[in-house]
Design a protein around this ligand. Structure first.
Ligand SMILES: [Zn+2]
Length: 313
């Protein structure tokens, strides 16, 4: 008898094994960097009119008055743990158990929160995946949520709205972020690929821009790592959260993409995918978003676009 769960469990094990092409990708070597991912995994090859992520978010977005704040269930409570922090060689991932979910805010269904992870740059360069008016923030956090009707992450990848990812830009300030400290203080235990450590749960809302939750951008896109599945409803919060320079430095210089016993250790840096064209996609501002003017026909931008068109013919 066809046992769907067994097949999916097999797929997950295959995916996570180091012999899988889905684990052979990298960020900084030409043979496996984001421009070569399509050679490893065909679904990462961005064809015309496809919906890949990340993208640049700019003043051409139109406002959607029906986009209110998302409902984040369990995000204010201390979940039963422990949570597991892990270095998979591509990012630092926090697996957060099963007590949280997101819905509302234009999402088509309820989504269970599965994990969060980070993208960052280097000691002197920024590394968010999405850019805002071409500006890259120092870091970006992704809170990954799986549509409740799917038994697991792999099953959700075949559904155009199978995943809902909340993206949070991380900027730098002088003071340490005490909430972020729950993670950054444990980073030395997951410095090398394959290492894991336990983390005491804390209210996840403390990592989000909790006073500005009605301000966000929305579009349909893809995973930003192989298999790059076009299965993601993206929510990017407009207002960043802040961490200190030293907390940022713990990511940019103390995490490695290689195992502890590797002959040559390689820092994990610039683990972001390049920006993709939006093509004909709608990209929307929430009702409460404030950064860009309400009009989508910004006169200065129209002039710049015209000049650009004239210059490049
Ligand atoms: Zn991500």
């Amino acid at each position: 008898q066809w046992d769907e769960n067994r097949v999916q469990n097999f797929l997950i094990i295959w995916w996570k094994s180091s012999s899988s092409p889905l684990d052979d990708y990298c960020y900084n070597e030409p043979h496996c960097d984001p421009y070569a991912w399509g050679d490893l995994v065909p679904s990462c090859h961005p064809l015309l009119e496809e919906h890949h992520s990340p993208i640049d978010l700019d003043g051409r977005m139109s406002r959607n008055q029906s986009l209110d704040s998302l409902l984040l269930e369990g995000f204010q409570e201390v979940q039963t743990g422990p949570w597991i922090l892990q270095n998979d060689g591509h990012s630092v991932i926090l697996q957060v158990g099963s007590g949280m979910s997101v819905r509302g805010g234009g999402l088509p269904d309820v989504y269970h929160t599965a994990q969060l992870h980070f993208h960052w740059g280097g000691p002197a360069s920024n590394g968010s995946e999405h850019t805002v008016d071409r500006r890259r923030y120092p870091m970006e956090m992704h809170v990954v949520n799986v549509k409740a009707v799917h038994p697991n992450f792999t099953a959700a990848l075949g559904d155009p709205t199978g995943l809902a990812v909340l993206g949070v830009f991380i900027d730098v300030a002088y003071a340490d972020n005490v909430h972020f400290g729950h993670i950054s203080q444990k980073l030395s235990s997951v410095a090398y690929k394959g290492q894991t450590t336990k983390i005491k749960p804390f209210p996840l809302l403390n990592l989000l821009p909790k006073h500005n939750m009605s301000q966000y951008y929305r579009y349909y896109g893809s995973l930003t790592t192989p298999p790059c599945s076009q299965a993601v409803v993206w929510t990017l919060y407009e207002v960043p959260v802040h961490i200190s320079w030293s907390q940022l430095a713990q990511f940019t210089s103390q995490i490695f993409s290689t195992e502890e016993d590797a002959e040559q250790v390689t820092p994990l840096q610039n683990n972001f995918r390049h920006v993709h064209p939006t093509f004909s996609r709608g990209v929307f501002m929430s009702k409460g978003a404030k950064r860009f003017p309400a009009s989508s026909s910004h006169p200065l931008r129209a002039t710049v676009t015209l000049l650009h068109a004239l210059l490049i013919g």
